[in-house]
Design a protein around this ligand. Structure first.
Ligand code: C2E
Ligand code: MG
Ligand code: MG
Length: 745
């Protein structure tokens, strides 16, 4: 308090002290004199000087006192002016809680006049809860205490007041509390609003499925739950404080560092990275980073989205687009890209490369016989073998169905031929699929860049042409492309197109070859053999166009046509009374396995009116490879009353064990064995064995391709009594057969 006083106040104070001291001394001094009985007045008092001193000092004292009072009044006015005009609320409360003073701002803050509150006790205007709170703030023991309390205004609304309470200790009942508070209701509301929105934002970020991470100078200072999960952390400590780059996959580090510089420059864009998780696994993410502040410091906020699933799907799409889902090897799309690159690369360097076109032989038959899932397994195994054999020597692609293309980075004929031979050889050993042994071979056509084609299309097309030639050359072999093959290919294309309209154009006809009983020398049957009279190429052999018909699916309509024509022809001959016992019709394995085959045979029998026992169907051994299916179909055919013969017997892989169970009537010994008679002992032995086997199993045995008397003699000697061949007759048109049979009669 002393230090707050002005100079005048201090001087006045000194004066009063001096004056009082001197006056006291004077009084004490006079007492002393009286008691000692000496001069009863001090010397200086008895003089006029002393009197003057008292008068002057009293005057000064009066003036000073006047000034002091004026100062005090002035100060009091100032303070009152301040107190009554401040927006804060000022209360003076006595020890009992009675309000002695309250500033006029009360009216603005609470809506009441100060007079309404002065003289009231705190517990009359505050709630019990607020009173307890104030009591708890321990005002008496501290000089200055921050306080907060709420009070109801004249509208009944709570007004929140915050400030401090000053304790002014006095004697006994004169303790006072001065309370200075501000209305913080609005501020509090705003603060609460801010807190709420902050909390909302915090929760939003915390529980967001998207990862949010904040780093300051690369050190992670915040990561939400999704962030922990993303990197595979269990606790915050595993992430906080770490360098963000620790989580970036090493090949993406440069990109990440460059991006960080950009972010500092204020550029924010989405980038893809791979993140290295704590367990060492890698995930793909999309990252958006931007500048922010975190606890007052400049920071970078990073939003991370896990795009692994999308990446996986993209990879899957990529895989499907470029790889074959069955075999896992590259597909046609990748082949074209690879070849395009190879053409450009080799062209500029003046280098060459070879394209090998592989087509599996007889795959269609296997697929149709054992079903597509079986065929798929075979393709998978074939692909595996091809890849193992090829190794680093070249690239392999699945071109389609049973077609593969190999690109070799060499044109050295030796090396290319070696690879082709190696492939043929590797496929030669049997495959085991579903416990079944399977043999397959491949035909390979080869074209060389740039000699056989300067672009992708030409290279593929010419290797394809060469492959067809390899097939025509007996399959299981390879063939280099040369321009003369184009003619063959062209012919093939023309035949394929021509065959489509051959039936409608009446270009197809049937020739019949007699089957003779060697005992009686009588014609007992006729084999119907198809002929195609091509408008340009003339007569075309069925050995050329039947495989084409099988490949194109035309075999079904052609087969029906043959069956119908042969049956109605036979019916005519029967009606004419010609002595034939049967007409044999060749059936392709594809036809045989077609679901509606038996029904269509039945229908044709009914339509043509041929007695079923006159009809004999010639099937090949290959149909018996699927024993169950073959048995079912054979039984259905037999149930119609139709006969069954196995054509070209001895050339296929039929199981002798099953043979006895098949409802077969006839075995036709293949011409290749008959050719051996009188030529090779081994061949003769085979013929003898087949005859013996057939006789024992009670099948009829017929020899086909009999061309000379010696063969007939040999057959007779070995108890084969049926034969067919040029020795007796070539296949003849129906009219000629009629004449022949009439002659026999
Ligand atoms: P395949 O069923 O074994 O018919 C016998 C083939 O041998 C016929 O040839 C016939 O002309 C020929 N041939 C008969 N005797 C002799 C002979 O003494 N010496 C010689 N060198 N050959 C003889 P083709 O007519 O050219 O038929 C070839 C093959 O075409 C047939 O062999 C058969 O597998 C198939 N084929 C013919 N017609 C049809 C048909 O209508 N449908 C089906 N799916 N295939 C048919
Ligand atoms: Mg035949
Ligand atoms: Mg034959």
């Amino acid at each position: 308090m002393w230090k707050d006083w002005g100079i005048a106040q201090k001087a006045a104070c000194y004066f009063v002290v001096v004056y009082v001291t001197i006056s006291s001394l004077w009084v004490l001094g006079s007492d002393y004199i009286f008691s000692k009985n000496v001069n009863y007045l001090p010397v200086w008092m008895s003089t006029g000087k002393g009197l003057l001193f008292i008068i002057i000092s009293s005057f000064l004292f009066y003036n000073l006192l006047q000034k002091m009072i004026r100062d005090i009044v002035k100060a009091e006015r100032y303070y009152r002016l301040i107190v009554e005009n401040v927006s804060d609320l000022i209360l003076v409360i006595d020890r009992s809680g009675k309000i002695e003073y309250i500033s006029p701002s009360l009216q603005v803050i609470i809506g009441y006049l100060p007079e309404d509150y002065i003289g009231k006790y705190l517990d009359e205007i505050l709630s019990e809860e607020e009173i307890t709170k104030l009591q708890g703030s321990n005002i008496q023991n501290a000089h200055l205490v921050p306080i907060t309390f709420s009070i109801k205004n004249n509208n009944g609304r709570n007004v929140l007041l915050e400030g401090k309470a000053v304790f002014l200790p006095g004697r006994q009942d004169t303790d006072r509390f001065i309370v200075l508070v501000q209305d913080i209701t609005e501020r509090n509301k705003a603060e609460n609003k801010l807190l709420e929105s902050e909390e909302r934002y915090r929760k939003l970020v915390e529980y967001s499925p998207e990862t949010t991470l904040i780093h300051i100078n690369r050190k992670v200072v915040y990561a939400n739950r999704a962030g922990l999960e993303l990197v595979g952390a269990q606790h915050m400590e595993q992430v906080i404080g770490r360098d963000v780059l620790d989580f970036i996959y090493h090949t993406d580090l440069n990109q990440a560092v460059n991006r960080m510089i950009k972010v500092q420059e204020g550029v924010s864009e989405i980038n893809e990275y791979r993140i290295l998780r704590l367990d060492g696994s890698i995930i793909y993410v999309e990252i958006l980073a931007f500048q922010t502040t975190y606890e007052g410091e400049e920071a970078v906020q990073v939003i991370i989205r896990d795009i692994s699933k999308r990446k996986k799907a993209e990879e899957q799409v990529q895989f499907l687009a470029y790889y074959d889902s069955l075999t896992g090897i590259a597909n046609r799309n990748l082949l074209y890209e690879h070849l395009r690159e190879a053409v450009v690369r080799n062209e500029s360097k003046g280098l060459t490369f070879a394209v090998l076109f592989l087509d599996l032989d007889r795959f269609k038959v296997i697929n149709d016989t054992y079903g597509h899932s079986f065929g798929d397994l075979l393709l998978q195994q074939v692909s595996k073998r091809l890849m193992n054999t090829l190794g680093e020597e070249g690239e392999i692609f699945r071109y389609g169905g049973d077609e593969f293309i190999i690109v070799l980075n060499t044109n050295e004929a030796d090396k290319v031929s070696q690879t082709a031979e190696k492939i043929i050889c590797t496929l030669a050993s049997p495959f085991v699929i579903k416990d079944r042994q399977m043999f397959i071979s491949t035909s390979i056509g080869i074209s060389v860049f740039p000699k056989d084609g300067e672009n992708v299309e030409a290279l593929i097309q010419n290797s394809d042409i060469a492959m067809y030639n390899a097939k025509e050359n007996g399959k299981n072999t390879y063939q280099y492309y040369n321009s003369s093959l184009n003619l063959t290919h062209q012919r093939r294309m023309e035949l394929e197109n021509g065959l489509r309209n051959a039936i409608q154009n009446h270009e197809l006809s049937l020739h019949y070859q007699p089957q003779v009983n060697l005992d009686s020398n009588q014609v007992i049957g006729l084999e119907a053999l198809i002929r195609w009279n091509h408008p340009e190429y003339g007569l075309i052999s069925p050995t050329e166009f039947i495989p084409l018909a099988e490949e194109t699916g035309l075999i079904f309509s052609i087969g029906k046509w043959v069956l119908k024509t042969a049956c109605s022809q036979c019916k005519q001959w029967i009606e004419m009374g010609l002595p034939i016992e049967n007409v044999a019709v060749n059936v392709s394995p594809l036809q045989f396995r077609e679901k509606s085959f038996v029904t269509s045979v039945h229908k044709i029998i009914e339509e043509t009116g041929i007695p079923p026992r006159y009809l004999e169907l010639e099937i090949t051994e290959s149909v018996t490879s699927n024993v169950d299916l073959a048995l079912t179909i054979m039984r259905e055919i037999k149930a119609l009353g139709v006969h069954l013969a196995i054509d070209d017997f001895g050339t296929g892989y039929s199981s002798l064990n099953y043979l006895r169970h098949f409802p077969i009537d006839k075995l036709k010994i293949d011409k290749s064995f008959i050719d051996e008679i009188n030529q090779h002992k081994d061949g003769e032995v085979i013929v003898q064995t087949i005859i013996e086997l057939g006789n024992r199993l009670r099948f009829q045995v017929i020899a086909e391709g009999v061309e000379n008397k010696e063969q007939v003699t040999f057959l007779r000697e070995n108890k084969c009594y049926l034969a067919q061949g040029y020795y007796y007759s070539r296949p003849l048109p129906a009219e000629k057969i009629k004449d022949l049979l009439m002659m026999v009669e």
